[in-house]
Design a protein around this ligand. Structure first.
Ligand code: FAD
Ligand code: SF4
Length: 401
């Protein structure tokens, strides 16, 4: 592959695939949007599911690969700082307190970028993703809150090059950012900023409906939901009420196939190639969790520090037994009766892992499950597709055949 220097996008172009056409990654495609553009030319290198290349891309992006002798780096990726934070004045209707939207608005207001790739929803359906290049804070704010479905964020890449923009912020999840990093030099930008969120267990729009219908008492009024650190799914409804369903009471039999195969094969939960990552699972309940990966990420966070309360990250408890026990339970699709699930949720919340240890709990549970999924469904890919850090994490547990 020939990589041209920045600002000279003299790259090869290929014909984008038509909507609905089978993607090169086949059933593992996460619909990241790359193949909706002429950058499909680079798909063999760029696709997170065809070419796992964390080491290369971490080296190019952060100047080094993650240090596998350091437990926090093994789990949370290359970073120079981590903290818990929340907006002093949260944005109404954001997923959490709106730190992501606030950073994007500030970058536009201060002229640091000319556009922001983010994802709004269609008029007809609050969960149907509609990627855009926002040029005003209002357009960024119209993209607040998760669209908890696979979203083709990179489908706007051709627009970027054609618009002549030189400074751009992209907001996205791991698989989108891996593909973006591979074609970054082809975009003709002077500077690309990447603001990531962690991501796990994503679904197609149909899958989302099945999840809502099976799990919530009132699926049609759900405005957002999150798998919380108290081991419950919190559904927020239109009238502002919160419905809580314990993880252990989820109908695992019905939900087993609901997650997209791409997400069952993903090991980039923490978005290792973004400059700055904003999630929640390594922070106390109600706070967001911030990982600053490099100097660019620090500059982005500094823009909003005066709008945030912050505290150091903490870690408490021991996840290992809970993870080991959850492996066969998930594998055999065990569902507890609701009373037992509630009781277990309460007990685990009292004595269970908190802060970074909760983050490790969630990573361990998902990586062991995903490792088994790849081993069973794509054994020929296992060795090359699973990155070294994930092999190390999975290696701590006894897995069924
Ligand atoms: P807001 O200010 O509300 O902004 C949200 C931003 O997310 C918007 O800019 C929008 O463009 C972007 N966005 C929305 N949907 C998508 C999508 N489908 N793909 C790409 N970008 C999108 N954090 C964890 O710590 N653990 C998790 O397990 C976890 N799972 C997640 C799963 C999904 C599918 C997504 C999209 C996010 C997940 N996150 C997770 C991140 C977390 O839920 C919040 O998005 C993050 O903390 C930012 O909150 P905020 O209030 O600052 O965002
Ligand atoms: Fe193309 Fe993205 Fe699907 Fe890979 S995940 S096949 S790059 S659309």
């Amino acid at each position: 592959m020939t990589i041209s220097t920045p600002n000279t996008p003299k790259h090869k172009k290929a014909k984008a695939l038509r909507p609905g056409a089978r993607r090169p990654a086949k059933e593992l495609c996460s619909e990241c949007g790359l193949c909706d553009t002429y950058y499909i030319h680079y798909v063999k290198d760029a696709c997170a599911f065809l070419n796992q290349q964390f080491d290369n891309l971490e080296q190019e992006t952060h100047g080094r690969t993650r240090n596998l002798d350091n437990d926090n780096e093994t789990y949370f990726g290359v970073h120079q700082d981590m903290m818990a934070a929340r907006k002093k004045q949260p944005i109404e209707g954001a997923q959490w307190t709106g730190i992501v939207s606030t950073i994007a608005c500030e970058m536009l207001n201060k002229g640091i970028v000319e556009g922001v790739v983010c994802v709004q929803n269609t008029q007809e359906d609050r969960f149907q993703p509609m990627p855009v290049i926002a040029r005003t804070p209002e357009e960024v704010l119209a993209a607040k809150v998760n669209k908890p479905t696979l979203s083709p964020n990179l489908s706007v890449l051709e627009e970027i090059e054609n618009s002549g923009m030189k400074k751009l912020l992209v907001i996205g999840v791991g698989c989108q950012i891996q593909a973006l990093r591979t074609v970054e030099k082809q975009l003709g930008l002077e500077k690309l900023y990447v603001l990531g969120t962690p991501c796990v267990d994503n679904v197609t729009r149909e899958g989302l409906q099945k999840f809502l219908d099976t799990t919530s008492k009132s699926p049609e009024t759900v405005v957002h939901y999150e798998f919380m650190q108290d081991f419950r799914v919190h559904f927020k409804h239109e009238d502002g009420s919160i419905e809580k369903v314990p993880f252990f009471g989820l109908n695992t039999k019905k939900l087993k196939d609901v997650f997209a195969p791409s997400c069952m094969s993903c090991f980039d939960y923490v978005n290792g190639l973004a400059d700055l990552v904003v999630g929640y699972m390594g922070a106390p309940f109600g706070w967001q969790w911030i990982t600053v990966r490099n100097e660019t990420g620090k500059q982005m966070l500094d823009l909003v520090m005066n709008q945030l309360d912050t505290q150091p990250v903490m870690s408490q408890g021991d996840r290992k037994n809970a993870v080991q026990q959850s492996i066969p339970a998930y594998d055999q699709a065990v569902t507890l009766p609701m009373w037992a699930a509630k009781l277990m949720g309460v007990v685990i919340e009292k004595i269970g892992p908190k802060g970074l240890e909760y983050g490790r709990f969630s990573i361990d549970s998902h990586f062991t499950r995903n490792y088994l999924y790849v081993k069973r469904n794509h054994p020929e890919k296992l060795e090359a597709h699973v990155p070294e850090f994930a092999k190390k994490i999975v290696g701590q547990y006894k897995l069924p055949k």
